[in-house]
Design a protein around this ligand. Structure first.
Ligand SMILES: [Fe+2]
Ligand SMILES: [Fe+2]
Length: 170
């Protein structure tokens, strides 16, 4: 194993976090679908796939470096949301927590002079900047366009147009 047991644990914990994010976005997409937000549904189904790709990147990294990835069970996510705006606020909060977690692993890599992990994590540091910006921009739309039925419909259309634009980790 070319990384420390502590780093192995930190990355395995991150696998669980990405898995949780994938599952949460799947639940959000499903809620959007049954609520009639079809743009939101496409958008969050794509987000769910993206998080699964992140999970896979971490799994492959651990296996490649001679540590073994652990595939965890994932806690059931919330299945209903008060509003589309509330849902996106939750998504932003989740991304902020993921950013914190990734920065912590970067700190550990730095402390341990683990250059392999440090270089590997760089992609995620940049990705998190985009992830937070994405949801901040969407939340700003509610201030710009409004919160009445027509405005929400417009925001759902924006989500539809951005569903295919999520960058894949593949
Ligand atoms: Fe992620
Ligand atoms: Fe994310």
């Amino acid at each position: 194993m070319r990384i420390s047991p502590k780093m192995k644990k930190a990355i395995n914990d991150q696998i669980a976090m990405e898995y949780g994010a994938s599952s949460t976005y799947m639940a959000m997409a499903s809620w959007c679908e049954v609520t009639g937000y079809h743009g939101g549904a496409s958008y969050f189904y794509a987000q769910s796939t993206e998080e699964r790709d992140h999970m896979l990147k971490f799994v492959k990294y651990l296996n490649d470096i001679g540590a073994t990835a652990t595939i965890p069970t994932v806690k059931a996510p919330a299945s209903s949301y008060k509003s589309l705006e509330g849902l996106i606020k939750t998504a932003l909060k989740n991304e902020q927590a993921v950013t914190k977690a990734i920065h912590k692993i970067v700190d550990l890599a730095h402390k341990e002079k683990d250059h392999c992990s440090y270089a590997f994590l760089e992609w995620f540091v940049n990705e998190q900047v985009q992830e937070e910006t994405k949801f901040e921009d969407l939340l700003q739309k509610f201030d710009l366009i409004g919160r009445d039925k027509l405005a929400i419909n417009e925001i759902d259309k924006i989500l539809a147009s951005q569903a295919g634009a999520t960058d894949s980790a593949a």
